[in-house]
Design a protein around this ligand. Structure first.
Ligand code: AMP
Length: 282
């Protein structure tokens, strides 16, 4: 496994490799890696000759300085996990390396960035757009792998790629979960064992809401029941919404032809957890 800290060295290496016509898959991460990230690495390895993973805790996407500071950093363990999963290349730049001489880009995101997470984390998606753009420019992969766990994020990056006509294909990867349904997340490291166990209720609530939509219950009643189920001591529900997966607008009704995404954000103690579930009739 090759490790690079500088764009120029990484680019030299990839240029040499690309002359052999191999496709390059790219997995951007903020480290504190877990099996969810490894699902992205596996997906990339299955259809590319070379898999590049970046580890960069991007300061511009944290709207809260404390959250940035508390974000887990486990680079030694990350490298072991990547090596074990046969990642080919790891890119670990520092902030100057990524942002020097960067002119911010402002692609038309059609309002996708102002809803849901955008309301609670102002500036967050602008930071995500800048860093993914810079990483794509530096690495020029054929395919980009992102998790459906961050549903809105991958929708925004899909839109950015389209608007800027970037030569890369975005692949979305299903959310990997703990045995109790809790979506794997770097932030879970900050939960106690008891909190992790109890937080399984988030996915159970999503599943129940999904089933209720499929049974034909009114959208608002499904939401109300889920909100009631998520009134739990020492937690704070930020939102629970049923949306159109393309526009991320809230939907008022669900029928046989509808596909919906249910999105939830909840504070579990001082840890902010997000999850979602796609609902459609097969
Ligand atoms: P992060 O390091 O949290 O920025 O995540 C890096 C990538 O891994 C993003 O595309 C995430 O959506 C994806 N990811 C994070 N958690 C999971 C998970 N549990 N299952 C699948 N993908 C995930």
């Amino acid at each position: 496994m090759k490790i690079f800290k500088h764009k120029s060295e990484l680019q030299n290496y990839l240029k040499h490799k690309k002359t052999k016509k191999g496709l390059v898959g790219f997995v951007p991460t903020m480290g504190a890696l877990h099996e969810g990230h490894m699902a992205l690495i596996q997906a990339s390895r299955e259809e590319n000759e070379l898999t590049v993973c970046s580890i960069f805790v991007n300061p511009t996407q944290f709207n809260d300085a404390v959250d940035f500071e508390k974000y887990p950093r486990t680079i030694g363990a990350d490298l072991i996990l990547l090596e074990r999963n046969h990642c080919d290349v790891v890119f670990i730049p520092d902030v100057d390396e990524m942002y020097q001489n960067h002119q911010s880009i402002h692609p038309d995101l059609d309002g996708l960035d102002t809803k849901l997470e955008g309301v609670f984390r102002p500036g967050h998606f602008d930071g995500v757009v800048q860093i993914v753009y810079l990483l794509l420019k530096a690495i020029q992969p054929d395919r980009l792998y992102m998790g459906l766990k961050d549903f809105q994020q991958q929708a925004i990056i899909r839109r950015m790629i389209k608007v800027l006509d970037m030569p890369v294909v975005l692949r979305s990867v299903e959310t990997l979960r703990e045995a109790n349904g809790l979506a794997m997340s770097s932030r879970n490291q900050r939960l106690t064992a008891d909190q992790r166990k109890a937080a399984g209720v988030i996915y159970k609530t999503l599943e129940k809401a999904g089933q209720n939509l499929l049974k034909g219950y009114a959208v608002q009643s499904v939401i109300d029941e889920a909100i009631a189920d998520l009134q739990i001591p020492n937690t704070k529900l930020e939102y629970f919404k049923v949306c159109d997966p393309d526009t991320l607008d809230e939907i008022k009704s669900f029928n046989d032809r509808t596909t919906a995404v249910i999105l939830v954000t909840i504070w579990w103690g001082d840890v902010r957890l997000i999850d979602n579930l796609l609902v459609k009739r097969n």
